[in-house]
Design a protein around this ligand. Sequence first.
Ligand code: MSP
Length: 524
Amino acid sequence: MADRTFYATTPIFYVNDAPHIGHGYTTTMGDVLTRWHRQRGESVWYLTGVDEHGQKVLRKAEANGVDPQAWVDGLVEREWKPMLQTIDAANDDFIRTSEERHKIGTQAFWQRLFDAGAVYKGEFTGWYSVGSEEFVGDDDVADGEGDDEGHKVSTLDGSRVEHMTETNYFFRLSDYQQKLLDFYEANPDFIAPASARNEVVSFVSRGLTDLSISRSTFDWGIRVPWDTDHIFYVWVEALLNYVTAIGYGDDEERFERMWPADLHIVGKDIARFHAIIWPAMLMAAGLPIPHRVFAHGWILVGGQKMSKSKANGIHPNEIVETFGSDAYRYYFSRALTFGNDGSISWEDIGARYHAELANGLGNLASRAAAMVGKYFDGTLPAAGDLTEREQAVIDLVAQVTTDADAAVDAAAPQDALAAIWRIVDALNGYVTDTQPWQVAKDESQREYLGTILNTTVEGLRALAVLLHPVMPKATEVLWESVGGATVGALADQRIDDVPRWGQIAPGTPVVKTAPLFPRIELED
Ligand code: MSP
């Protein structure tokens, strides 16, 4: 369908946690991919938000002597919304699970499953981790050590578990084992990368037990509509954000237009919730299953998974204040392989910033504008006859556009950027080889001088468009430099139109701007 919306989501983050670059990573990758889809001319909807209910939030609010709603309101305004600005995310919506739309949709969804017989009342006895808001099986519980001495901990993530006995409602998850396995078989791309898929398939193959979906010992959550002594277990309402945000339960027309989601981006820690519980819930409701769950790896700092509890949590501000949001977005897209764990370091960010952004792209742009200024009074010269060298640049841009577009479909931003950087390198090589400053000395070569600079500026035009999803701000400056306004707004330039050569008319002013990526003095 031509006007179908490309609908992508991040997990909704626990509002209690201070945002760090792990959360920023998920959101940035989703933002890069969705901006690319917009630049293809597609209709796009990009959703992110926060997970506000559950025992952990309640306990924290109580410890701070604040009502839980006031507590989460403060965190959203102070922490989460500013983070989106810091990383320059262009999300279309931000859902909070304490919102009315989420409550309405959640109650409607589970009422439907209850009416259909997919839910029953029972007794839960077992372990629960408040830290990760997760029921933990007996086999996954061990004696704690060190600080956790005398407590039981979950071997899944080291969090402390508590033993509980509660009357709960249960979802008949065990009915879905074979249906899920059949679904994975028929939809091999549903969960990616392969490592996440294998883990999910083997988990389901070992058998599924019914899932407790309600809690009755505290009340910071959404009431179970058929039994108001209960609230929903936080995960089985959190997952529903993906449908409640687009109208499930109160705007069916909108919901049907946008569902299913095309892409759920999640960290690998929560792939199981998204690839097992979530599709089973949707099957029970007779709703379509999302096209894809993509599970990315960990950001490691000093070889360890970064997290707030380990006190190695880095806030995006710490990087953005020094390098800017564009370099931040570039670094995470380029230096890590989406889907694998990856280490980051301050030194590596600084090295890539200077080598790739300041010297590679920034210098190229400033040299081109300076030469057009010097040799052609700041207006773009026409290209004369093209030699093999120019043709090679033009062909490369066409090939790279195709390759980068395919990389985005494969959720591989690092490959898209590696492809695009072939243009940066090729243009730098082209200028070095053709030596326009020498050509300029020979008046009889004036036309070829024009050809060189025209080709370079057209190449920069292509780069501005291809890099806009990754570096929205710097590319606007580049667009201004190459006179892009005469072609149109940068955000309106289509990826498939990038290879069409000669879009900037000769005579267009090419201007010197402030450096795209000024050099930064880094302390040792
Ligand atoms: N609230 C649940 C998600 C509900 S979705 C219906 C949750 N929240 S969370 O705040 O713990 O966020 C987890 C997500 O944050 C991970 O899935 C991942 O996207 C991101 N990351 C947290 N730490 C990370 C790293 N160290 N590295 C990469 N991503 C990390 O789980």
